[in-house]
Design a protein around this ligand. Structure first.
Ligand SMILES: Cc1cc2nc3c(=O)[nH]c(=O)nc-3n(C[C@H](O)[C@H](O)[C@H](O)COP(=O)(O)OP(=O)(O)OC[C@H]3O[C@@H](n4cnc5c(N)ncnc54)[C@H](O)[C@@H]3O)c2cc1C
Length: 365
């Protein structure tokens, strides 16, 4: 699949493009931009993540708020099924109600139903005017209150949250200065993107928010990159500090402050002294829970965190997929009837269990 790296010319009329499954997100973005368009999914792993992997995991990232996750960008694909059948639907028709949507069945199937070889993707307008605000706040409730107001801005493109512990780790890893004169428990990053400079509407919004502890805004590329670094360098900074237990969960927004408050004591109970670092995509209630210094209690930490998430009616895998590591916890998020139906689909398309055995659906049950 890594050799499937061809990029067809951008279809400007349809604002779509067909690419090989091995093309990296970064290459796809550059290809779309060269044609005056852009791609709606972006994430920190852009230089390594392939289109096939992004489709297979239905990846999310920092633009879901505006454009949806990877499956929303996919208008069609080609895939090889376990018996060698090639299913291909690359017309990119905006309206096509001719039966089961096999493209969307394969999106998010984590390589368990077929190998994706080519993908037809929707492109979005290029938005050269950008402004980023980094906001210091007292709590997650305040971040949600600011987000609720920010959603009124048509230019809102990203809303990312991180916390004091993570920002301290990022600062020492990336040798970054403090964003503000004082430290805050919560940091909210908002990005606006539009055809023209959205700085004024972002500033106007901030002026309406009583919750702000402090805020800084950047419109130039260097300033925006500097503010994004506090959020985007989390994954690298955490990995440099040790081997974390990495979980990726989402809960309804109303449950998020409770989850954030309950996570550290829940982890502490099963892994005393462990460090819980949280960051994520606020609009989707999506938290990346990274736990350092768990010693031998990695499984206990995973179990405790995922059960807590389920108690908040959340998902045990918001955007990274279930894989093998979390397959045994799938029943916390999906009903027995749903899991049984997934198994019937798997058995119909891959009766011998050749494709990614044990991924998503635990083996031997
Ligand atoms: C720094 C960093 C930040 C990240 N941030 C985000 C984020 O914000 N949001 C998010 O959603 N994810 C994020 N990720 C995870 C990222 O989405 C995935 O790593 C990536 O999308 C997977 O692409 P890949 O090519 O690396 O796939 P792999 O990791 O190689 O594979 C992932 C799964 O897809 C299957 N697969 C791969 N290619 C195909 C194919 N052609 N056909 C069928 N199945 C296939 C594999 O078998 C496997 O089960 C991040 C990762 C890193 C390292």
């Amino acid at each position: 699949v890594t050799r499937l790296v061809d990029l067809e010319p951008v279809d400007v009329l349809e604002a779509q493009v067909t690419v090989g499954a091995g093309v990296t997100l970064e290459k796809l973005q550059a290809h779309a931009r060269a044609a005056g368009l852009d791609f709606g999914v972006d994430l920190a792993a852009r230089s390594a993540a392939t289109v096939g992997g992004l489709v297979a995991t239905n990846a999310g990232g920092i633009r879901v708020l505006r454009y949806g996750s990877m499956r929303h960008q996919v208008t069609g694909l080609s895939a090889v099924l376990a018996d060698g059948t090639v299913v291909s639907r690359l017309t990119g028709l905006a309206k096509d109600n001719t039966g089961y949507d096999l493209t969307q069945l394969l999106a998010g199937s984590e390589g368990t139903l077929g190998i994706v070889t080519r993908v037809r993707l929707r492109l979005v307008p290029q938005l050269p005017g950008r402004a980023v605000a980094l906001i210091g706040l007292a709590g997650t409730e305040d971040a949600l209150a600011v987000l609720a107001r920010a959603r009124r801005l048509p230019s809102l493109a990203a809303a990312e949250v991180c916390y004091a512990e993570g920002v301290a780790l990022v600062r020492s890893y990336a040798s970054l200065g403090a964003p503000f004169a004082q430290s805050f428990p919560v940091y909210l990053l908002l990005e606006c993107a539009a055809g023209t400079d959205p700085t004024d509407e972002l500033l106007e919004l901030l002026g309406e928010c009583d919750e702000l502890g402090d805020a800084t805004v950047a419109s130039d590329v260097a300033g925006r990159t500097r503010l994004w670094a506090y959020r985007e360098a989390h994954t690298e900074a955490i990995s440099a500090a040790g081997v974390p237990v990495k979980l990726d969960v989402s809960v309804p927004l109303g449950a998020l402050p409770g989850l954030v408050a309950e996570l550290p004591p829940t982890v502490e109970k099963v892994a005393p002294g462990a460090r819980t670092i949280l960051f994520g995509h606020l609009n989707e209630g999506n938290l990346h829970v990274n736990v350092l210094d768990t010693g031998t209690a990695g499984t206990e930490v995973t179990d405790a965190v995922l059960n807590l998430v389920a108690a908040h009616r959340g998902s045990i895998s918001s955007e990274h997929g279930v894989g093998r590591a979390k397959a045994r916890w799938l029943e916390l998020s999906r009903s027995p009837a749903e899991i049984a139906t997934m198994r019937r689909i798997k058995a119909a398309l891959d009766p011998n269990g050749l494709l990614n055995p044990g991924v998503l659906l635990a083996a031997g049950e």
